[in-house]
Write a protein that binds this ligand. Structure first.
Ligand SMILES: *[C@@H]1O[C@H](CO)[C@@H](O)[C@H](O)[C@H]1NC(C)=O
Ligand SMILES: *[C@@H]1O[C@H](CO)[C@@H](O)[C@H](O)[C@H]1NC(C)=O
Length: 407
C-alpha cells in the first residue's frame, strides 16, 4: 500500500526533485529493494529446475577412518606421466606385448608403449574444439570402459556414441551398437563400465538414460536410478538388459572364476554383486553400502581381490560435513540449488583427496591407499595393475599418475 502512495508521490518528486524529503527517498529505495527481492523470489520459484530429484538418505554417517581405512600417504608415492598431454585417462587395458590403452576426455584413444604415447583414433569427430569444453563431448566422443577381445581388437564404450570395435594398430573403428538405438527402445545416455566375458559376451553399464557424462553432477544430486546393466553378443548383435533401475551403475569387474561380477552404484556409494553362475545366477545383492566415498571403476587385482577407485570422498572435511549427505534427503533444496548454482561450480566444492579401496570377494574392506592432499592425484576413476605398476585413472585431470609396485 505504502509503496503505491510513494510511487504516486515520486512522479511529483521527479518533476520537483528538491521537494522530496530525505526520509521519503529512503522509503522509495526500500520499496524498490523489496519489489526487486520479491521479483527474484517469485522468478526463482517459477523457474523450472534442471533436475527432478528424489530424496536419498545414507544408512548412517560414513565409516570411521580406522583399521583398514586408516589414513596413510601410500597413494602419494607415485609420479605423474604425460602431464598436459593426457587429460582424464578414465579406464585402462593392456595387451600381451605390454601396450597399455586408455581414452581421454577429448574423445581420443591412446596406446602407451615404454612410456611413449601413440594416438590411435578419435571416437567422434576430430575438431579443434575437442577437449576445450564439455559442450563438445557429444560430438567428439568420450571413451570410458575399454577391453581387448579374443582377437586383439579393442571394444570401447563411448559414453555418448555407443559400443565400438577399434583396431588398435590402424585405428579403424566400427560402431557395433549406437547409443541412439540403445536397448528395449530406450537410448543409452551415459555408457560407462565394460568387461568381456570368456565366451566373448560384452557386459556394460549405461549409467543413466537421462543425463550424459557432462551432466554427471546432476545425475548424482538427483539419485534417480535410471541406469542399466546390459550385455551385447558380438556374434548375433543382440543386446539384453540384465538389470534396470540402478543408481548410476559404473564400473564392473568379473570374479576370477567369472561366477559373479561386482558393480559400483556411484550416486549412492554402493557396490552390488550380480551372480552369473550357480544357484543364485541372475540375482543381485548389496555387497558394500554406506561407503567412505563414491566408487567409480572396479578391477580385479593380481591377488584375487578387487581395487576400487573413489571419485569423491564422503568423510567430513575440516569445515563441513559431506555436502551430499547434508542435502540428500531434501529434494526441495536440491531443486533450488541446481537453479542457482551453475554446473561448473560444483567441482569447487569437491575435496582434493585421493582414495583407493581394496575389497575381498565378499565386500570386506581389506586395505586402502590415501592421498590426503591430492599431491599425486584425486578423483580416482580406475586402478589398473599391469607390469609391476598401478595406473590410476581420472575423468578430468591432465596427467596419468602411476605407482611403481614393490617387487
Ligand atoms: C557367456 O558368459 C556369460 C558370463 O559367464 C553368461 O552369463 C552367458 O550366458 C554366456 N553366454 C553364452 C552364450 O554361453
Ligand atoms: C601434501 O602432503 C605431503 C606430506 O604427506 C607434503 O609433503 C606435501 O608438500 C603436501 N602437498 C601439498 C600440495 O600440500
Amino acid at each position: 500500500m505504502k509503496c503505491w502512495a510513494i510511487a504516486e508521490k515520486s512522479t511529483h518528486w521527479i518533476k520537483y526533485p528538491r521537494q522530496g524529503r530525505f526520509a521519503e527517498r529512503i522509503m522509495i529505495r526500500r520499496c524498490a529493494l523489496f519489489v526487486a527481492v520479491l521479483a527474484v523470489i517469485v522468478g526463482l520459484y517459477l523457474m523450472p529446475s534442471p533436475i527432478d530429484p528424489e530424496p536419498f538418505i545414507f544408512e548412517g554417517p560414513p565409516p570411521a577412518l580406522e583399521g583398514p581405512l586408516k589414513v596413510n600417504n601410500r597413494l602419494q608415492q607415485g609420479r605423474r606421466l604425460f602431464s598436459g598431454q593426457l587429460k582424464g585417462p578414465e579406464s585402462f587395458t593392456a595387451d600381451e606385448e605390454g601396450n597399455v590403452y586408455t581414452g581421454t576426455v577429448d574423445g581420443k584413444l591412446w596406446r602407451i608403449h615404454q612410456d611413449q604415447l601413440h594416438f590411435i583414433t578419435q571416437m567422434g569427430q576430430n575438431i579443434p574444439e575437442c577437449g576445450t569444453s564439455t559442450d563438445y563431448e557429444p560430438v567428439c566422443g568420450r571413451p570410458h570402459g575399454l577391453r581387448l577381445d579374443s582377437e586383439g581388437q579393442l571394444i570401447v564404450a563411448d559414453s555418448y556414441l555407443g559400443l565400438f570395435r577399434v583396431n588398435p594398430q590402424s585405428g579403424e573403428k566400427t560402431l557395433l551398437l549406437s547409443s541412439k538405438e540403445g536397448a528395449d527402445g530406450i537410448p543409452f545416455g551415459f555408457l560407462n563400465g565394460l568387461e568381456i566375458s570368456g565366451n566373448g559376451t560384452v557386459f556394460f553399464t549405461d549409467s543413466s538414460s537421462r543425463w550424459g557424462r557432462r551432466h554427471v553432477r546432476y545425475e548424482v544430486i538427483e539419485t534417480n536410478h535410471l541406469g542399466r546393466l546390459l550385455t551385447y553378443d558380438p556374434e548375433t548383435g543382440l543386446v539384453k538388459t540384465l538389470l534396470d533401475s540402478l543408481y548410476m551403475p559404473n564400473g564392473i569387474a568379473f570374479s576370477p572364476e567369472e561366477d559373479f561380477l561386482l558393480m559400483a552404484e556411484t550416486s549412492i556409494g554402493r557396490i552390488l554383486r550380480y551372480w552369473l553362475k550357480g544357484p543364485k545366477a541372475g540375482t543381485k545383492e548389496v555387497l558394500l553400502n554406506n561407503m567412505p566415498g563414491y566408487p567409480d571403476n572396479i578391477r580385479a587385482s593380481d591377488r584375487g581381490t578387487f581395487l576400487v577407485g573413489i571419485t569423491t570422498i564422503r568423510f567430513p572435511g575440516r569445515l563441513l560435513p559431506p555436502f551430499l549427505d547434508l542435502i540428500g534427503p531434501y529434494p526441495v533444496i536440491k531443486r533450488f540449488m541446481t537453479k542457482v548454482v551453475p554446473l561448473s561450480w560444483y567441482s569447487v566444492l569437491l575435496p582434493r583427496y585421493g582414495l583407493v579401496l581394496e575389497l575381498g570377494p565378499n565386500g570386506e574392506v581389506l586395505d586402502s591407499l590415501h592421498d590426503p592432499n591430492g599431491s599425486l592425484t584425486w578423483a580416482v576413476s580406475d586402478v589398473f595393475q599391469h607390469g609391476g605398476r598401478v595406473y590410476l585413472g581420472n575423468t578430468e585431470l591432465p596427467f596419468l599418475p602411476v605407482l611403481e609396485e614393490a617387487r
